[in-house]
Each structure stands twice: as C-alpha cells, then as structure tokens.
Design a protein around this ligand. Structure first.
Ligand code: ATP
Length: 273
C-alpha cells in the first residue's frame, strides 16, 4: 500500500533556527553542514569525510527536524525513508528500494539521505521471530551496507539515521566508513522546553497571561513533539470558544489533553516491546 519509494525534498526550508535547544547536537552536526558546503577544504588535506551519523534519542525529540535543518543549512536535497516501511515487504523490494534511493541520491549529490527508525531494518542479523520476514529485512540491511561501502567519501552524500534503540543495531552499521559518528539527542530540560515553547508559540495569538517559563515548568518529561502538540491544541481549544487570543487556561487544558493521550499510548505498548 506504500506507493512512494521514498521522499525527496529539493528545497528544505528548515534551518537551525527552527530547532530549539539541542545545543550540543547542533554543534556536532554543524561539521556535517561544513562537509557538504565545502568538501575540498577537508579532502585537499587528505581527510576522509564521514559517510554517516546516527542520531540517537527518544521519540519526538527533534531528530528528523535536525536532519532536515542540516539539508536546509547546506542548501542540499533531502531524501528520506523510514525503516519501518520495510518491515512487511515482498522479497527483494526493500533491497531494490535502497538501491534506487542511492542511485537518485548520487545524481543529486551533494545531498542528505535520512533513514528514520533505522533499527527496524538495522537490527543485528540472525535475531527476530518470523523467519521469512526476517530474511527480507536482512536483505534490505545487506543492500544498505553494500550501498554505503559503494560510494566514495568525497561523493557528497551524507547519511543520517535516527534510532531510539541503538542497543539492537547490527554492529556492522557502526564500523568505520559507515555510521561512525553518534550524536545523542535527549529529552529537553526546563530550559530546552522553554526554548521549544518559544518556537511554537510564535505563530499563536497569545494573551498576556501566557508565560513560556511557566509552561516549561509544567511539562516535565515532554519531548519537543508533545510541546508542539500542546501549542496547537491550546489554539484549537481557544478558537472553539471563539476567543480573541489563547490564554493560560487553554494551555492548561491542552496539557491535560496531551498528558491523557500519552497515558493511553503507554498503556497499549506491551512491556516486552
Ligand atoms: P521520531 O523518533 O518519533 O521520528 P523525532 O525525534 O524525529 O521523532 P521530530 O519528528 O523531529 O522528532 O519532531 C516532531 C516535531 O516536534 C517537529 O516537527 C517539531 O515541530 C517538534 N520538535 C521536536 N523537537 C523540537 C525542537 N528541539 N525544537 C523545535 N521543535 C521541535
């Protein structure tokens, strides 16, 4: 049912300004922007440019956003696919998709390839339950490894991959010349949450009682995705009661709603997942 082979965005508008907090991760990933913009600065001294970096962190913390911002800052195309798209796939389709993706990326280089949920294809080989499905997953993983080894470091392709399960990844993925960099992305602390609130409050018409510091204080454990959600929910709630602006009470209701949603989600996740 998944018609698209992968997504391609030739004109990414997201920049580091859209990514709040994550100062260390941004600092590390700026190197990659440099490689994409100015590869000869490195290669003329004999340096090998890294092929890939793993972004490691819990869901909703901005891994996809940060990868897109790299493409936006370097003004290069962004190709993306998700490992979970490969899970139930007919024999040979996953591997063919990976080959196709790299073929197109080579034509468009310099560019970024982003693989979300790489653990879905990148689980260590020989683990897993359903034999048939697992073979196909391994085929896909093998073709990814072959493709990564098959282009030169100066070809201008950098692969970013995201996971929240680095522990299950096949060690072959983390060998030198593959994903040999790791960038960790944690849930935001109170300062980070305030910064994320400020980004997502910008388009909203606020009443005077809305205080981003207070919102950050009331949302421990929230990731960026949940904060973005709260801001939009608050605006929807206020609009539904025909208000002229969004007030603190609307945010309170929005937070309750998002917390309720999180609790439901946690309940249906089985403990051995
Ligand atoms: P997943 O692992 O579920 O794919 P992710 O880590 O890739 O999650 P994103 O998809 O990047 O998370 O984040 C979802 C949305 O949450 C973003 O589009 C953005 O609106 C908001 N968001 C997350 N982190 C940040 C951040 N640091 N600054 C601003 N917005 C953020």
């Amino acid at each position: 049912s998944k018609a698209a082979l992968f997504d391609a965005d030739n004109k990414v508008k997201i920049t580091f300004n859209d990514v709040a907090g994550l100062d260390e991760a941004k600092e590390e990933i700026k190197e990659i922007v440099d490689y994409l913009k100015n590869p000869t600065k490195f290669t003329k001294l004999g340096a090998k440019i890294p092929k890939g970096a793993l972004l490691i962190g819990p869901p909703g913390t901005g891994k996809t956003l940060l990868a897109k911002a790299v493409a936006g800052e370097a003004a290069v195309p962004f190709f993306s696919l998700s490992g979970s798209d490969f899970v139930e796939m007919f024999v040979g389709v996953g591997a063919a998709r990976v080959r196709d993706l790299f073929k197109q990326a080579k034509e468009k280089a310099p560019c970024i390839i982003f693989i979300d949920e790489i653990d879905a294809v990148g689980r260590s080989r020989g683990r897993g339950s359903m034999p048939g499905a697992n073979d196909e997953r391994e085929n896909t993983l093998n073709s990814l490894l072959v493709e990564m080894d098959g282009f030169a470091t100066d070809s201008g392709i950098i692969i970013l991959a995201a996971t929240n399960r680095p522990d299950v990844l096949d060690s072959a993925l983390q060998r030198p010349g593959r994903f040999d960099r790791q960038i960790s992305i944690d849930k935001p602390d109170i300062i980070g949450r305030e910064a994320i609130f400020r980004v997502h409050l910008k388009p909203i018409k606020l009443s005077n009682d809305v205080d981003p510091r207070e919102l950050a204080a009331q949302t421990p454990g929230f990731a960026g995705a949940e904060i973005a959600n709260v801001c939009n929910e608050a605006a929807l709630i206020a609009a539904r009661s025909d208000k002229e602006s969004v007030d603190m009470k609307d945010f309170q209701d929005a937070m309750d709603r998002v917390i309720g949603g999180l609790e439901k989600k946690n309940k249906i996740i089985s403990p051995d997942e």
